[in-house]
Write a protein that binds this ligand. Structure first.
Ligand SMILES: Nc1nc2c(ncn2[C@@H]2O[C@H](COP(=O)(O)OP(=O)(O)O)[C@@H](O)[C@H]2O)c(=O)[nH]1
Ligand SMILES: [Mg+2]
Length: 338
């Protein structure tokens, strides 16, 4: 399987105001320690004062420019690359944010960093040739003006990236492993089966559009771990009750699912027709191998089915072998075609 290195991650993105305040205050602080040396003669005094003025302004331009450039660049380099994300995350990100706008915002920050860098060198050069106090002062004021105006041009981009970061904290980072997704109506025993299969407490991953999150756990397969995902609030209701965004989020799961385990409950929790209806819907939506499992066989069982009990563990091992057969059949097809 392809190694996925890219994860959804974003640094803290400063607002325009925070960025400029940081740059200019750091610059004045550093410049404030510069003092003119005391001279013996008036001539020496003047030369000392000129040196100090040039030094001060050069520190101000240097530090403020460096802070702006590096902060803008850091936002760009520490933000994930959408195109390198696995398809599951790409789908979810696309549901949550405007990908074009997101990419343009990052491009704009890159541009601003380069622009400020260019201006910084230009003004540092001019300052070197300046012979008058007022020229030095004017050059620094001009540079500050250009830097502020440049940051102002990307103000909306910064604001949008801040919004994106808030939206994207909810996106789960699933591992790139063969994955079993568990579906079925509420209370049929999905979480109990997850526990029975993995023997460990699931990791709860936040998932946009649900309050409950994804339950993720791992079980041993034939060639390493298999990821098992329970999806409370997602794959446990008919799709017709879902809005567009929820449907897209549900569809995104199809990218990670190698196999779906659909859990039936043959006790009288729900009529079997209702369970059958959701089964058919999920089968049609996902176009993935789907294995019907009849849980709670300690209480009731349907002849000729894959009967299990999450409570007594009856049938768990044969069922897992059946799941693995499908997992690896799929992986073979998968790697053969890519
Ligand atoms: N008798 C019996 N009860 C079960 C079994 N599996 C789950 N349950 C019970 O069914 C209820 C719902 O289980 P849960 O795993 O929370 O269902 P979920 O909503 O599909 O995740 C709980 O009270 C479980 O104890 C089983 O195999 N046999
Ligand atoms: Mg549950």
């Amino acid at each position: 399987m392809e190694e996925v290195t890219e994860r959804i991650r974003m640094p803290d993105v400063p607002t325009k105001k925070i960025l400029l305040d940081r740059a200019f205050s750091r610059a004045s602080k550093r410049a404030s320690v510069v003092r003119a040396a005391e001279g013996q003669t008036e001539e020496q005094e003047k030369r000392g004062r000129l040196w100090a003025a040039r030094e001060k302004e050069s520190i101000r331009i240097g530090i403020s420019g460096d802070v702006l450039v590096s902060e803008l660049q850091e936002v760009v380099t520490n933000t994930f690359s959408y195109d390198k994300l696995p398809p599951f995350q790409q789908d979810l990100v696309a549901v949550l944010v405007d990908v074009d706008r997101f990419k343009k915002a990052l491009g704009a920050l890159k541009w601003a960093a380069a622009e400020i860098g260019t201006q910084q060198s230009k003004y540092t050069g001019r300052l070197r040739n300046a012979r008058e106090f007022h020229t030095m002062n004017r050059l620094r004021i001009e540079f500050y003006g250009i830097a502020s105006a440049t940051v102002d041009k990307v103000k909306k981009d910064l604001a949008y990236l801040i919004e994106c970061k808030a939206m994207l904290t909810n996106v789960p980072n699933l591992k790139d492993l063969p994955t079993v997704v568990i579906a079925g109506l509420p209370n049929v025993g999905k979480s109990s089966l997850l526990a029975a299969l993995t023997g460990s407490r699931p990791e709860i991953q936040p998932y946009p559009f649900t309050t409950k999150g994804l339950m993720v756990s791992y079980a041993e397969g034939r060639y390493g771990d298999v990821q098992i995902v329970d999806t409370p609030g997602l794959l446990d209701r008919p799709l017709k009750d879902r809005n567009r965004i929820e449907k897209q989020a549900i569809a995104a799961l199809s990218h990670v699912a190698s196999v779906i385990v659909y859990v039936y409950d043959p006790t009288d929790t729900y009529p079997l027709e209702q369970q059958e209806a959701l089964y058919k819907e999920i089968k049609a939506t996902y176009k993935k191998p789907i294995i019907a499992v009849y849980n709670k066989c300690d209480v009731a069982r349907v002849e000729g089915t894959l009967a299990v009990s999450a409570v007594t563990r009856e049938g768990i091992e044969p069922m897992w072998q059946e799941v693995l057969r499908h997992v690896y059949r799929r992986e073979r097809v998968h790697s053969g075609s890519s």
